[in-house]
Design a protein around this ligand. Sequence first.
Ligand SMILES: *Cc1c(COP(=O)(O)O)cnc(C)c1O
Length: 393
Amino acid sequence: MKQPLRTESIISILKDFKPKDMSFLALHEPSFQGNEWVYVKECLDSGWVSSVGKYVDKFEQMLQEYTGMKRAVAVMNGTAALHVSLLLVGVEPEDEILIPTLTFIATANAVAYCGAIPHFVDCHEETLGLDPRKLELYLQEIAEVRPEGCFNKQTGKRIKAVVPMHTFGHPVDLDYLLEVCVKYRLELVEDAAESLGSFYKGKHTGHWGKVSALSFNGNKVVTTGGGGAILTNDEELGRLAKHLTTTAKKPHKWAFEHDQIGYNYRMPNINAALGCAQLEMLPEFIEQKRALAKKYKEAFSMLDGIKLLTEPTHSKSNYWLHALILDPEYAPLRDDILTETNEQGIMTRPAWALLHKLPMFCNSPKMDVSIAESIEQRMINIPSSPYLGANNV
Ligand SMILES: *Cc1c(COP(=O)(O)O)cnc(C)c1O
């Protein structure tokens, strides 16, 4: 017999995960147990802390090896990576870009930086990411493919691209989504900010988009303090990504000449040094996070009316943030759970406020987003630091 869901039962389960010597359990803490101190000290000792130095190249190479992608270009944050990714696939002012409404604000902001318009898409109940089937049905209704591209019959604007986001590290159904993109002549750009270390059908996320974006913010799977990367398998786009993010300066021994409006988005060497040490730890972090998923799943299986978000079929997820989903009849308990856990030193968080409701995007076009609206009421992120899954805890 399962126990009926009560706030106290959730608290008691989570408390069991709290190490005895700790008074506070964070949502996601970075861990610096590897070569972080050595590599960063080397930057300080040598003076190479800023835009020149060996660690940026090394970090990019390590990312290429790990993801299996041809080119990784390190930048100063994930939002900048998304911004430039959109420019690279040819997004222009007034284009509409299909993005999930359930995502971090960066996805929509990057669209807005291009002068383009976010067009909001619903999420799938199982992945919490963009639902390709629902998108396909919607496009059948509102889109028209012309020689110049895909157009929204309702607004008259060009729909240029789709940006799926792999929520909490769980990959969306990329094969299906790519099919839809080909059919409607849409560019695919993956917001892979949360999915470093997540694989779909054996390949790292990011391979399906023509260009994809990673983030290394302080709370991500690995951190560079702040940072991001653009991934692509297209050598020419990779070269252009580097050029655009380093002020579009023409290579020259001493002259300053720039051939277009570029961006000072490069990742400083000191951040890349931190990143190299963190990438060395990545396999271990992911093993621990996956072990934590197993432990959480078992612990929460005793409760009725709640489930732990688990990796979709064909996928291996990094389990960046663990998420509890309450059954609809228990949705009214959400705020009580959030209040009580946080009061007791267990950090939990609700879903992001849906983007289509925010003042700057509330007039943007959108499809029916009823699944996202339901999930918004019922989702809670729980402590997800790798060490919680380590054997000795
Ligand atoms: C973290 C994140 C980003 C990038 O954020 P930065 O803080 O700019 O690195 C983009 N999209 C999503 C979904 C994210 O979670």
